[in-house]
Design a binder for this molecule. Structure first.
Ligand code: NAP
Length: 275
């Protein structure tokens, strides 16, 4: 079984982002935050640090966990209109009552570096240029980096969120895979996932995918990041159980995660260089 680390690929993408950032005006990324969720705040700090490392300025606009949907929407509209801001992210979770889908519509699609605006998803589905959500793009980048063949292959995506499962299904379809999307109502998940040449787990359920879910030799990409009791992270795939069956498997941490952050930066550098 081959372990598909994302670390070298992430370093290569960060180097590209740095070169692209140096080629024009300094890119600026704004991250709007309205949560006290510690994991989410940690992630935002890690984006800011990674941005600084490649010459991208990053403003964290923290509205606090009691921000109203109107406040969040107005902030996104203001930053969308600000010519000094090139990339704009709305961090989740949001306060109760705030709809991520509704609010993300306020993000200018040209600055929508995490593909959150429904227009970006629509353009992606239509095969038009758009920023894909960085996590979905990271899965594709890993598959390409490790030269996983996609045309005509059976791909199963577990999860149908608008940030991972749905955009990823479109990206895989564009690459001529035969795509099935499974979710919490899917009956007999193992019978579906075990048809996959390429299996992507993006359910947010630790250990959901065991040996019986995976066809011998399949390529398995684990998007899940589930907190463990000891403060670490674990994926949706039971790594120990699946390793003897799969042909290749991404680790958690160190697989999709670092590539996602690197792609957010490269998207921001690209957004700053858009004509
Ligand atoms: P989400 O919005 O909660 O969506 C989870 C999806 O999984 C839903 O479509 C849900 O089905 C499905 N699901 C849940 N339990 C299932 C089960 N037992 N069997 C089959 N399907 C099931 O989560 P998300 O935002 O897409 O994120 C998914 C995971 O990826 C999380 O662990 C998240 O932390 C991780 N993530 C990682 C990165 C990264 O950079 N590595 C970035 C983003 C997210 P229903 O639609 O039927 O409810």
């Amino acid at each position: 079984m081959r372990t598909l680390s994302g670390r070298d690929l992430a370093a290569a993408i960060r180097a590209q982002a740095e070169a692209e950032a140096a080629a024009g005006p300094q890119p600026r990324l704004a991250v709007v935050v309205a949560t006290a969720d510690e994991a989410s705040l940690w992630y935002v700090r890690s984006i800011a640090k990674a941005a600084a490392g490649v010459g991208i300025a990053c403003d964290v606009v923290d509205l606090g966990p009691d921000a109203s949907p109107d406040q969040i929407g107005e902030t996104l509209s203001r930053l969308s209109a600000d010519p000094n801001v090139h990339g704009l992210i709305m961090q989740t979770p949001l306060p109760a009552g705030a709809s991520a889908q509704e609010l993300a519509a306020a993000i200018d699609p040209r600055k929508d570096v995490d593909g959150a605006n429904p227009l970006s998803l629509g353009r992606l589905a239509a095969g038009l240029p758009a920023f894909a959500p960085a996590t979905a793009a990271a899965v594709m980048a890993l598959l390409d980096h490790y030269e996983v063949e996609l045309p005509g292959r059976r791909a199963v995506v577990v999860g149908r969120s608008t940030v991972v499962g749905k955009p990823l299904a479109h990206l895989l379809l564009d690459r001529h895979a035969t795509v099935t999307v499974a979710h919490s109502r899917t009956r007999d998940l193992a019978s579906v996932t075990s048809t996959a040449d390429v299996l992507v787990a993006a359910a947010g359920r630790a250990g959901l995918i065991g040996a019986g879910h995976v066809a011998p030799g399949a390529v398995v990409i684990d998007v899940g990041t589930n907190p463990t009791d000891d403060g670490g992270l674990t994926g949706d795939v039971d790594f120990e159980a699946v390793s003897p069956v799969a042909g290749a498997l991404t680790p958690v941490p160190g697989g999709v995660g670092p590539v996602t952050t690197a792609l957010l930066l490269r998207h921001t550098a690209r957004a700053a260089n858009l004509p």
